[in-house]
Design a protein around this ligand. Structure first.
Ligand code: PMP
Length: 305
């Protein structure tokens, strides 16, 4: 995998090869780290790189850190500034991905969150496409359940919780599916392995509420705004039952990495006509323009490097 040349580690920008943690680090031993996943898009006409909604990403990261009893002197603005510096060090002229992480940095064993030091680090990488098939994905209902907010903060991006996502993704891929839909403890569809979900029934867009153990996705939030404000659609946040998926007219999944992925089949049953529907197609177009800083109305979501 192609990675950045520079990273932010222990308070300064260093060559990525020097950004190394000790094997006795708490965050590594117990998954006591929280992270973000942010993307930057190269705009060829403007010859500039734009980071997409970094304020929202860092706000969520700071919330995740707070839930894991971490303390930091960074705020959203200082984290954005630092991120731009790291990106400038690599002088990118292409799409990029950023991975900021707060982690419990003490060395040694002892399962707890309190009385431990917290560190921030960041690396970046060139990044094009995450999912191979984002126009007619075939998904399955995972036999795994989504982590519950009473087990590990589901609305936080906690590193240890991604063992759940990894099990979901690997089993779905090995069974021949592109992705999986994951039920929560109540049997409602909560999300995918690392994507939020939306379905369309009779012209109404429906997505699970933030109280159904979902990660509060930035792409989800952006899609809701575009569907309401640019496409004039009603968006309802309510629980989704598994049998609703195959009778939906359209279904799509959202995430920073995957962007907006059209789902056209669930467990071998076609969704709608078994091809990408018109609402999903229009939203994908709109979203692409917004991401690449080509839509002046949403310029406040694009931070120039
Ligand atoms: N759910 C999970 C578990 C995720 O890891 C992600 C990716 N961050 C998402 C949903 C989508 O969130 P976002 O749109 O903010 O990337």
């Amino acid at each position: 995998m192609d990675l950045s040349k520079h990273a932010f580690f222990e308070g300064k920008i260093v060559p990525l090869a020097d950004a190394k943690i000790n094997i006795a680090t708490h965050g590594f031993l117990y998954g006591t780290a929280v992270f973000g996943g942010i993307r930057g898009y190269w705009n060829e006409e403007k010859k500039r790189l734009f980071v997409f909604r970094p304020y929202d990403h860092y706000r969520r990261l700071l919330h995740s850190a707070h839930m894991m009893a971490m303390s930091t002197s960074y705020d959203e603005e200082s984290l954005i500034e630092l991120t731009l510096e790291v990106l400038r060090a690599d002088n990118y002229q292409q799409d990029v991905y950023m991975r900021p992480t707060f982690y419990k940095s003490d060395l040694g064993i002892g399962v707890r969150l309190h009385d431990l030091k917290d560190e921030f680090c960041l690396f970046t990488m060139p990044y094009e496409k995450y999912v191979k098939n984002d126009t007619n994905a075939h998904v399955t209902i995972s036999s795994w359940r989504r982590i519950d907010d009473n087990m590990i903060p589901a609305r936080g991006k906690v590193a240890g919780a991604y063992a759940n996502s990894a099990l979901i993704k690997t089993d779905a891929n090995r069974a021949g599916f592109d992705e999986a839909l994951v039920l929560d403890q109540n049997g409602h569809i909560s999300e995918g392995s690392a994507m939020n979900v939306f379905m369309i029934r009779d012209g109404v867009v429906i997505t699970p509420p933030v109280t159904d153990n979902i990660l509060e996705g930035i792409t989800r939030k952006s899609a809701i705004e575009l569907l309401r404000n640019e496409m004039g659609l009603q968006v309802v946040e309510r629980s989704i039952d598994r049998t609703e998926v195959s009778i939906a007219d359209e279904f799509f999944m959202t995430g920073t990495a995957a962007q907006i992925m059209a789902v056209t089949k669930v467990d071998h049953r076609p969704i709608g006509r078994g091809e990408m529907g018109p609402i999903t197609a229009k939203l994908r177009d709109l979203y692409d323009g917004v991401l690449r800083a080509k839509n002046p109305k949403y310029a406040h979501w694009n931070v120039a490097v």
